[in-house]
Design a protein around this ligand. Structure first.
Ligand code: NDP
Length: 293
């Protein structure tokens, strides 16, 4: 293996420690404790794990964590009324509705009901528009975490060719916006892209956010490229049980790349760290205090 491994777990711990320090100062100097409300509808096992981790890390950073677990058959009206209450609650600075929602609930409607200044996931249409127009936005946590790792690894990203595989609203599109904001030349590839391997081989920065286990193999990677693997896929292990893999075939890609994120231990931990950082930012903005760097 030639690639350097980008240690998202260690980087995330550093980000969380910084957030904890800033939270402590905020509490001591201003008597304000940032609060994050997480809403989970239904019993999706993966979502339950995410919500539990988010709550635990929120508290570890010294912030207040409010968990709202609703039944899978909760009506849209009841969910919207909870969001309205959280919007009005001064102890709540960030609101996150865990996705996916059960099929009878309209995700767009629910997300856009969150007050944009409390939308720490950055999915509200106002935040999407602010990011696209280069204004101060709440930036989606997963792409923000990827950007932080890329900056740490490469310094300035200006002029680099970046290819993002995947065009979802929660990862692919905001990732492309952030790379564009950092002056990369950005290509978004997706399921209809022709000769996707050749497109990817042009990338100095290759971000895979597809949801297909180990799709991106070493022969898709430009020698020396920085590869960010957003995918989280559970696959059967030889000899029974399951394991997590990314959208990148780590073994073959690491032979060619200059640096690469592992799964697990890459993008995943950074996502939650950025959620905490976004909650702190939201709290500072609403109290007109200087924003954390
Ligand atoms: P979506 O399913 O919403 O989007 C997947 C994208 O991949 C689509 O744009 C789709 O293209 C594209 N795609 C699918 N198949 C192919 C293919 N064969 N070739 C090229 N492109 C393809 O997924 P998400 O963006 O929500 O998530 C992507 C991955 O990231 C998942 O594994 C998810 O679990 C993971 N994830 C990880 C997070 C973390 O914290 N680490 C957070 C969020 C997601 P098209 O639009 O044409 O259909």
């Amino acid at each position: 293996m030639t690639a350097r491994i980008i240690d998202g777990k260690a980087f995330a711990a550093k980000v969380r420690a910084q957030v904890a320090l800033q939270v402590a100062t905020l509490t001591q100097e201003h008597g304000i404790t940032p609060g994050l409300a997480v809403v989970l509808v239904g019993e999706d096992p993966a979502s339950q794990v995410y919500v539990r981790n988010k709550g635990k890390q929120t508290k570890e950073c010294g912030m207040a964590s409010f968990e709202h677990k609703l039944d899978a058959d909760t009506s849209e009206e009841a969910l919207l009324s909870l969001i309205a209450r959280l919007n009005a609650d001064p102890a709540v600075h960030g609101i996150l509705v865990q996705l996916p929602l059960p099929g009878h609930l309209n995700e767009d409607l629910v997300i856009n009901a969150i007050a944009p200044e409390k939308d720490v996931d950055g999915f509200h249409i106002s935040n999407v528009g602010l990011l696209a127009t280069g204004q101060k936005a709440m930036v989606p946590c997963t792409p923000l975490g990827c950007l932080m790792m890329l900056r740490e690894e490469l310094g300035s990203l200006a002029g680099l060719n970046a290819v993002v595989v995947g065009r979802s609203n929660i990862v692919g599109k905001p990732m492309a916006q952030l790379l564009l904001r950092d002056s990369c030349t950005v290509t978004i590839a997706h399921s209809r892209t022709r000769d996707i391997e050749a497109v990817c081989r042009e990338a100095d920065i290759l971000v895979a956010a597809v949801g297909r286990p180990q799709m991106v193999t070493g022969d898709w990677v430009k020698p020396g490229a920085t590869v960010i693997d957003v995918g989280i896929n559970r696959i059967e292990k030889d000899g029974g049980g399951t394991r997590l893999v990314g959208d990148v075939d780590f073994a073959s890609a690491a032979e060619v790349a200059g640096a690469i994120t592992p799964v697990p231990g890459g993008v995943g931990p950074m996502t939650i760290a950025c959620l905490l950082a976004n909650t702190l930012t939201a709290c500072c903005r609403v109290n007109t205090l200087p924003e954390p760097k």
